[in-house]
Design a protein around this ligand. Structure first.
Ligand code: AMP
Length: 282
């Protein structure tokens, strides 16, 4: 496994791989890798000749007052996890190379970025789509893998790739959870022991909604109340949103069905966590 920091070197490596007839898969990450990231890498390893994982804490997707400066970083540990997952190249550019002085070009997906995390984090998805578009131009992957943990992000990136006629195939991968149900996230490292316990309310709320859906409940209000009651019972939890949306259009539904996305964002102390499920999926 090789660490590449230079954009030019990554681009020439990708061009050479393509000229040699090899397929390239990319797993974009912000590092502080865990088993959720590794599951994307494992799948990429199976599907392509060359596997690239990018590690870049992207400043343009953090708002003022968000955790850009404190976001956890551990490149040495990341290298071990990436190597074990069969990554060929870690691409870890410098922010000053990705956004040099004079930089002024951004990619913006419109309607899909307005609700949910887009409403709470203005400018976030503009930063995400911009950096992902740049990574696609640098790594030139045939395939890029993203987690359904960030469901709206995956939807937005699919839209960008389709709208801008990008040839890369986008693959969405299931959420990897801790044994007690908490969705894995680099931000879980911020949680104190008591908060970690409290954070279970996200997955418990989703489980409860799923259970009621399976028993035949179709009312958004009844299902929302189940989720709200579980989350509001937690001392450290402050709800950002609990929404029932159509999974493809990200618009509100009146009655849930098996294509309904249940999306949660909850602050546990200072840590904002997200989780979701699509009711018709396992
Ligand atoms: P991040 O480093 O948080 O930007 O995440 C990089 C990629 O890993 C994104 O596509 C995430 O959706 C994905 N990811 C993060 N956590 C998980 C998880 N628990 N399960 C599956 N994918 C995940």
């Amino acid at each position: 496994m090789k660490l590449i920091e230079s954009i030019e070197e990554m681009q020439s490596t990708a061009i050479n791989a393509r000229q040699a007839g090899k397929t390239v898969a990319l797993v974009p990450t912000m590092g502080y890798l865990h088993a959720g990231h590794a599951s994307l890498m494992d799948e990429g390893r199976k599907r392509a000749d060359i596997l690239v994982a990018s590690i870049f804490v992207n400043p343009t997707q953090f708002g003022a007052g968000e955790d850009f400066n404190t976001y956890p970083r551990d490149l040495e540990k990341d290298k071990l996890i990436a190597k074990a997952a069969g990554v060929d190249y870690i691409f870890a550019p410098k922010a000053s190379d990705m956004y040099p002085t004079g930089y002024q070009t951004y990619v913006n997906v419109e309607e899909l970025t307005l609700p949910l995390c887009g409403a709470s984090r203005p400018g976030h998805f503009r930063g995400v789509t911009t950096v992902v578009a740049k990574l696609f131009n640098i790594v030139m992957p045939h395939l890029a893998l993203f987690g359904k943990k960030d469901f709206q992000q995956l939807t937005v990136i699919r839209r960008m790739a389709a709208d801008l006629n990008m040839t890369v195939q986008i693959l969405g991968m299931p959420i990897v959870r801790e044994s007690d149900g908490l969705a894995m996230s680099s931000r879980n490292a911020y949680l104190s022991q008591a908060e970690r316990q409290s954070a279970l309310c996200l997955s418990l709320a989703l489980q409860s909604v799923r259970g009621a859906f399976r028993s035949g409940e179709r009312s958004v209000e009844a299902l929302r109340k189940l989720a709200l009651d579980i989350i509001n019972a937690e001392a450290f939890a402050v709800i950002d949103y609990v929404e029932f949306y159509h999974e493809a259009t990200l618009t509100e539904v009146e009655q849930v069905d098996d294509r309904t996305l249940v999306a949660l964002a909850v602050k546990i102390g200072k840590t904002r966590l997200i989780d979701n499920c699509v009711l018709g999926e396992d």
